[in-house]
Write a protein that binds this ligand. Structure first.
Ligand SMILES: [Ca+2]
Ligand SMILES: [Ca+2]
Ligand SMILES: [Ca+2]
Length: 383
C-alpha cells in the first residue's frame, strides 16, 4: 500500500512536503516582518535626527526653540499662546504638562507637548537682516515616523522664548525601562522627540487623526500620558506592562567640568578650572595662553609686555594721555632709549639743519644740505 503508484506520491510524502512548505513560509514571513520593522525603525531614527539638527540650528540662530504645533492640525505652525491649562490637552491634541521647577521660583516650569512645527521653522527669519534661517527645513515625509505617524515634539516652555531662555531651564525628565533617570541632572532635558513605534499607541496619523489610544499602564505609556516624564528604554515587544516600542531622542545640556553657567549671570559662562587654559598649546603658562593670533574689536589691558613678561608698557602711552615732546620737537620713535629706560617717546628737533638760519626781514623759502652738511638757505621777500 505504501508503494508509489504510477510515479505519484504517497499521502505521507505529500504531508511532509506540505509541512516543510509551511515551515519555510512561516520563517520567510517572520523574517520579512523583522525586516520591515527594522526598516521602519531605521527611517524613524533618521527622521528624528533630521529634526534634531533642524531644531538645534533654529536654537543657535534665534537663541530659543520653536513651540510645538498641534498634532490634530496639519499646518505645521507653532502654538505658543492660548495654551490649555497645565495637566490638560486641547481638542487638537496639544498638551501642557508641569515639569521641573528649573528656575527655582517655587512654581513648576511648563512643558508643551505637540508635534514638529515644520512651517514655522521653514519661514523663520534672522532678526539682524531678515534673511531665511539655514538648515531648519524639515520636509513632510520627515515629520512622520516609519509608520506615517507624526513624530511628537515636547519642549520646555521657557526655552521657546529668547526673553526667558536659559540653557539650564530644561524642565523635561527622561527615564529608562527601569525608571532610572538617564539625565545627569534629573528633569533637565530641553526637548524630546518620540515616535509611538510599531503599535502607534497615542500617535496621530500624518493627516492629524488619532491612530490608537494611549495605554498608560504600559512602560511606553510614559510617553503618551501627557506629563513631563518620558521613557527612553530598551525595546520590549512581548505582551505585558513592560511593552515599549517607542523611539525617543532628547536634547540636554552636556555637563562640562571646565565651564559652568555663571552664578551671578546665568547667560554667561565661567571656567571652573584652577589652572591655566591653553589654546594651541597643552602647556599654558598664563590663565589664558593663546599660541596664535587673536582677533578682537577692542583689547583691554593694564600692561603690554614682551614674550617673557618684561619691558612692560602702560597702554595709556598709546591710548590714554599719551606721550608728548617739548615744544618745537616731534616724536621720532615710541620705545625705550635703552633697556633700563622708562618707555616713552624719543623726541627730536623738527628741522635740526635750520637752527641758526636767519633770514632777517625775509622768510625762508627752502634749503639744501650738501655732502659736507653745509646748509644753504633760500630767503625771499615776504609775499
Ligand atoms: Ca519655576
Ligand atoms: Ca508604542
Ligand atoms: Ca509622561
Amino acid at each position: 500500500m505504501n508503494k508509489k503508484s504510477g510515479g505519484g506520491f504517497t499521502l505521507i510524502e505529500m504531508a511532509i512536503v506540505v509541512l516543510l512548505c509551511g515551515i519555510i513560509l512561516v520563517s520567510l514571513i517572520s523574517a520579512y516582518q523583522v525586516y520591515t520593522v527594522n526598516q521602519r525603525r531605521g527611517a524613524t531614527v533618521a527622521n528624528e535626527k533630521v529634526i534634531q539638527d533642524a531644531l538645534n540650528n533654529y536654537y543657535f540662530s534665534l537663541n530659543h526653540y520653536p513651540c510645538p504645533a498641534a498634532p490634530g492640525a496639519n499646518d505645521g505652525v507653532e502654538v505658543c499662546t492660548g495654551l490649555p491649562p497645565a495637566g490638560t490637552c486641547n481638542a487638537n491634541g496639544l498638551c501642557v504638562a508641569s515639569g521641573r521647577d528649573a528656575d527655582g521660583d517655587g512654581t513648576a516650569d511648563l512643558v508643551i507637548i505637540g508635534v514638529v512645527p515644520f512651517a514655522t521653522m521653514q519661514s523663520a527669519r534672522l532678526p539682524a537682516d531678515n534673511s531665511p534661517l539655514q538648515g531648519v527645513t524639515v520636509s513632510g515625509t520627515q515629520i512622520v515616523d516609519g509608520w506615517d505617524h507624526k513624530i511628537f515634539y515636547a519642549v520646555s516652555q521657557k526655552l521657546t522664548s529668547g526673553t526667558t531662555f536659559n540653557p539650564t531651564f530644561g524642565a523635561i525628565d527622561v527615564v529608562d525601562e527601569n525608571n532610572i533617570d538617564v539625565l545627569a541632572l534629573p528633569g533637565s532635558a530641553h526637548y524630546v522627540l518620540y515616535s509611538a513605534g510599531d503599535d502607534g499607541a497615542g500617535a496621530y496619523t500624518k493627516d492629524g487623526v488619532l491612530y490608537a489610544p494611549c495605554a498608560p499602564s504600559k512602560a511606553e505609556g510614559k510617553n503618551c500620558d501627557n506629563d513631563a516624564t518620558f521613557i527612553s528604554g530598551l525595546r520590549a515587544v512581548s505582551s505585558g506592562n513592560n511593552y515599549n516600542d517607542d523611539i525617543l531622542s532628547y536634547a540636554k545640556i552636556n555637563p562640562s567640568s571646565l565651564w559652568n553657567n555663571s552664578a551671578t549671570d546665568p547667560s554667561a559662562a565661567a571656567n571652573t578650572n584652577a589652572g591655566n587654559v591653553g589654546i594651541g598649546t597643552d602647556q599654558p603658562e598664563q590663565k589664558l595662553d593663546v599660541r596664535g593670533n587673536i582677533q578682537a574689536i577692542k583689547a583691554y589691558a593694564h600692561q603690554v609686555c614682551d614674550s617673557v613678561g618684561k619691558n612692560c608698557y602702560d597702554p595709556n602711552i598709546i591710548a590714554g594721555t599719551g606721550v608728548s615732546c617739548p615744544q618745537g620737537q616731534a616724536m621720532i620713535a615710541l620705545g625705550r632709549a635703552n633697556a633700563d629706560a622708562d618707555p616713552g617717546a624719543q623726541c627730536a628737533q623738527v628741522f635740526p639743519a635750520l637752527i641758526n638760519i636767519n633770514c632777517g626781514s625775509k622768510v625762508l623759502a627752502g634749503y639744501t644740505v650738501n655732502a659736507q652738511g653745509i646748509v644753504s638757505a633760500t630767503c625771499v621777500a615776504p609775499p
